[in-house]
Ligand binder design. Sequence first.
Ligand SMILES: [Zn+2]
Ligand SMILES: [Zn+2]
Length: 308
Amino acid sequence: MQCIVLGSGGMMPMPQRRLTSLALRHAGRVYLFDCGEGTQLPYKELHVGLRALTVVATTHLHADHVLGLPGLLMLRAQMPDPPPLTLLGVPGLRRFIEHVRADLGMFINYPIQVIEWSGDPQAPAYRDDQVTIYWQPLDHRVLCLGYRLEEHERPGRFDPAAAARLGVPCGPLWGQLQHGSEVLLSGGAIVRPEQVLGLPRRGRHVAFITDTAPCAGLQPLLRAVDLAFIEGMFAAAEQADADEKRHLTAIQAAQAARRAEARRVILVHLSPRYDAAAAQALGVEAAAHHPLLEVARDGLLVELPLPD
Ligand SMILES: [Zn+2]
Ligand SMILES: [Zn+2]
């Protein structure tokens, strides 16, 4: 699983820092989180893979999070027979997409499914044979959603000694058991996978959170994730500004992640007021509150290994 930071800025795209967008690439699919103006540029430059783009999860209807969608949707229509695309977001996303398609006369040659926030944080936003994506409402000036992507559990480790004890000959039957199917031995006995496999092993968990004041929704999203992308919009000196605009300071992001025992934190959605040096200083003040924290830069690629 690869996490690729296409942009790390908030509010407006800057010459030196593009708007926050995260591509999560896994087993032939790309799950994109937020799509601010100009996202198609880093998407192309970093060769993320347009045909693989499967889901675009948007946090809220502010320009710096969705204005890149029309361009990306049109770019995706440049190839023959693109696969269907799923868009996740708040109520109003469907209307935005319908209007922009109609008003701009956009040519789209693939089905687009829009799934809007249901109001139920227990119901997953999206699920396929690899991952489940959960969502939670946050606390911003408009309805804003945070996301948590969970890779499905894998079967437990195969125990060859247990298989031998049960009389399963080494060969294709081992593979069937490893893939969760029971097998029939030549003597008539049935061996079930749970007799030869350890406990299921959890997959990788990643959180994507931006544009929020501290709120209850943060903890379930961040709980023990392997990697959390969280906004670090402001330095602690700008706390009043952060409170008024309903954003997190870098320190508040670090503290929320630590409370939830998130293993690693990467700060995104940095204010355009910070140049590269100031952004690093932001990371230094936040790193005192979380043991494994860094500030994102555009193009950052993180290979996320399995937890075991
Ligand atoms: Zn924003
Ligand atoms: Zn916003």
